[in-house]
Write a protein that binds this ligand. Structure first.
Ligand code: NAP
Length: 722
């Protein structure tokens, strides 16, 4: 131990470090000047972290226009402290979002969606620089904004609370004094989204829509190569001030240490290659802290032409159109694109000819030029990668359309931009030559392969070892059923396409916000979107147990067996603000008679034998002519409604309704009407300010047993009309 030496070594290290920092800063100044001096269009794409726009402290990674190969700027994350960034989200963004109810968060997303929609045209010019055509850009920009709208609408499926109350209570005791329920609270961490390069806007919006709805802040790390487009949109989002500070941060560039500071309440989503996904998923912090890791990776999706869809049928044409679309849209850089085309062996030539014919009409070139159908890949590196994969595939199958060198490009230099031709392979022995089931060329590349019967088609589809999506084109219900049940366990989504739905179909390649997106096995084993299912990934489900009154108090939803308040005026005399959960009306009783049953049968026209014919009851569960369930429901309303004009505006439906015990003439019924749940409603301009109140309708007989249980939905006026 020679302390002095250590000290001097440290000192030297520090001096040395400062020296390099100075050189770097000076160089940085020169570099910055260089960027602004030589090209006004060059940009330093800053990160939005800790409430500020910050560029890293090195030159950064150059970013290029994919169409002409020119540098458009650079991105740097050097010097960013990821741990600080995560803590900022947890401490500043998280608490603000968690205070908001689902309704408030939904309205915030709707406002953001409306704002971005109003300025959507701003994003197209930059999107074209990623090589995307107008259609590709539309999918990315407007598809992403659409995702915000859809998620915003999901607020109606959640309670008017900052947390979710899931399902219904479980009865855990004989006398009903002990029950269980489930609540789902926002995780007090951060959603870290590590995204792929192909959809710079959609990729971000489809993910943040979900965590923001859940009440969790996000740190978004787009792929560096197209991060400039994501950054442009984040600039607009931040400038709009619609999201609370700290709820969205952006890392524009490489972030190799991003997972070093994750903790148990964070959620990581990854979209990209399987290799990177596996590397990140096995990060020691992810494992030690049990951090949910949602992976969406490479996927060798397929489409199957069924035997009934022969040439000359509309279904055959639909198939050809869909395959061409999936090869050329976004130049095949879609995680859901069709990589394997599974065709009845006797139709191989027809499919080959039809696809060759259609693909030969694909105009490749500058996405801004009229008539261009396919733009470029996202960059030269991507092109190299796809070419390598094509070369590997060529070892076991032949190219029947397209060439790596010989193709034309319109209004651009094919040697400077990242252009390539569609490539179609034929693999005549897909059970023996299996590269096509293992190698993903993330570009306009696909392989035709034959099958002899539907069992073989299912086997081939499953040989992708787990895919995001597959489709089958058939109008034959038996084939569709057999295929779907045989292939489902290896697929996240299956499209059954035919003449009857093609016009309105959203297509093979489009993940829909209300449907689950993800796939087993090779596709990463992840799951996202899917309506409220997606939001639940950011919520912690907790079972709570206790007395119904206690559980009512926590959930703000009345639980059967909980305390009821029968004091005060009739509930129909109370405004929205005055109604408390548990407020109850107990009605007078009503004696049910045979005349009631006959009158109701006459009025409604419902003369079902069990109500009308006492000689037809043999072999039924009824011992007498039974009252209509709907009569009991209607008569209950007659008992609980307080008819004079008041704050209750209307009844707009019944959520659930059960007839639990037969009611025979001579029995009496009585009703307990209890305020079960209240939901705020947004006031539109001239609208009456009002809220939704759900009432539990419990109709019981002279023995105190429930004969009908239902939940009615009413709109109740507020005192405050502003
Ligand atoms: P990638 O190279 O795996 O990169 C994906 C993301 O991971 C990028 O943001 C990348 O950042 C980041 N990353 C890479 N190494 C990292 C590390 N060590 N630590 C932290 N972050 C790291 O994939 P890609 O080339 O962008 O995308 C193409 C692939 O994505 C294809 O295979 C495609 O099938 C797949 N994909 C799947 C889906 C889906 O939903 N399943 C969707 C789109 C794409 P940098 O850019 O800074 O390296």
């Amino acid at each position: 131990m020679i302390p002095g030496k250590i000290q001097s070594h440290k000192h030297n290290q520090k001096t040395c470090y400062n020296f390099f920092i100075n050189i770097k800063l000076n160089y940085q100044k020169i570099f910055n000047g260089y960027i602004t001096k030589i090209n006004g269009q060059m940009n330093k794409y800053e990160n939005y972290v800790l409430g500020k726009w910050i560029y890293g402290d090195d030159l950064g990674t150059p970013l290029y226009n994919a169409v002409n190969g020119q540098q458009i700027g650079s991105a740097s994350t050097k010097g960013l402290d990821f741990s600080q960034i995560m803590n900022y989200a947890r401490k500043i963004g998280g608490p603000k979002l968690r205070k908001m109810t689902f309704q408030e968060r939904g309205l915030m997303l709707k406002k953001l969606a409306l704002h971005l929609h109003s300025i959507k045209n701003k994003f197209y010019p930059l999107s074209y620089q990623t090589g995307a055509t107008k259609l590709d850009s539309w999918i990315d920009i407007e598809g992403g904004i659409g995702n915000l709208f859809t998620n915003a609408s999901l607020r109606r499926q959640f309670p008017d609370l900052p947390f979710h109350v899931e399902g219904s209570a479980a009865s855990l005791s004989k006398n009903g004094t002990f029950i269980g329920h489930h609540i789902m609270v926002p995780k007090q961490g951060v959603a870290i989204h590590i995204n792929a390069f192909n959809f710079p806007i959609w990729g971000m919006l489809e993910k943040i829509a979900v965590n923001l709805m859940a009440g969790v802040p996000a740190v978004v790390k787009p792929a560096t190569i197209t991060s400039y487009l994501t950054q442009f949109m984040v600039r607009e989002i931040i400038a709009s001030k619609i999201l609370p500070e700290g709820s969205l941060q952006l890392i524009c560039g490489s972030a190799r240490d991003i997972l070093d500071s994750v903790t148990s309440e964070d959620v990581v989503t990854f979209t990209g290659s399987a290799d990177t996904g596996i590397l990140l998923k096995s990060h020691s912090k992810i494992i030690k802290e049990s951090v949910p890791f949602n992976m969406e990776a490479d996927s060798l999706n397929c489409t199957v032409l069924a035997e009934d869809a022969v040439p000359g049928t509309i279904d055959f044409n639909i198939f050809i159109k869909e395959v061409v679309k999936e090869i050329t849209v976004k130049a095949g850089q879609k995680c859901t694109a069709i990589r394997r085309i599974i065709v009845p062996e006797k139709l191989i030539d027809d499919v080959k000819n039809a696809l060759q014919d259609k693909l030969s009409k694909t105009i490749i070139g500058n996405p801004t030029t009229e008539g261009v159908k396919m733009g470029s890949l996202a960059g030269i590196d991507q092109k190299k990668e796809v070419y390598n994969q094509v070369k590997l595939l060529k070892n076991s199958q032949e190219i029947i359309f397209g060439s790596l060198d010989d193709f034309d490009v319109v209004d651009a230099d094919k040697n400077k931009g990242a252009f390539m031709s569609p490539i179609l392979f034929l693999n005549e022995y897909p059970f023996e030559k299996t590269d096509c089931h293992n190698i993903e060329a993330f570009g306009p590349v696909s392989t035709i392969m034959p099958y002899s019967n539907i069992e073989d088609a299912i086997k081939l589809a499953r040989m992708g070892k787990g895919s995001l999506v597959c489709s089958i084109i058939t109008s034959n219900m038996k084939i569709a059923e057999k295929f779907v049940l045989g292939a489902s366990s290896m697929h996240g989504r299956i499209l059954i396409l035919n003449e009857s739905c093609a016009k309105e179909s959203t297509g093979h390649g489009s993940p829909m916000p209300l449907l689950t997106h993800g796939g087993p096995g090779r596709a990463g084993g992840g799951e996202e979107m899917g309506g409220i299912r997606g939001i639940k990934h950011y919520l912690q489900r907790t079972a709570i147990q206790g007395h119904p009154t206690t559980i009512t108090n926590v959930t703000k939803q009345y639980q059967v067996g909980g305390k009821q308040n029968t004091e005060g005026p009739h509930i129909f005399r109370k405004h929205f603000e005055e109604i408390e959960i548990g407020d109850t009306v107990i009605t007078d009783e009503h004696l049910v008679t045979l005349d009631n049953i006959e009158d109701f049968a006459e009025l409604s026209g419902d003369k079902f034998y069990a109500h009308m014919d006492e000689n037809a009851l043999d072999g039924t569960i009824f011992t007498e002519r039974v009252a209509h369930g709907y009569y009991i429901m209607s008569r209950a309303a007659g008992l609980f409604v307080d008819p004079e004009k008041g704050p209750v505006l209307l009844n707009y439906g019944i959520d659930e309704c059960r007839f639990t015990k037969p009611v025979y003439p001579g029995m009496t019924i009585k009703v307990r009407l209890t305020a079960k749940e209240k939901i705020e409603q947004e006031k539109k301009d001239d609208d009456i300010a009002k809220g939704i109140v759900k009432f539990l309708v419990d109709v019981y007989d002279d023995e105190g047993e429930t004969v009908m249980l239902g939940t009615i939905l009413t709109m109740v006026k507020k005192i405050n009309q502003k």
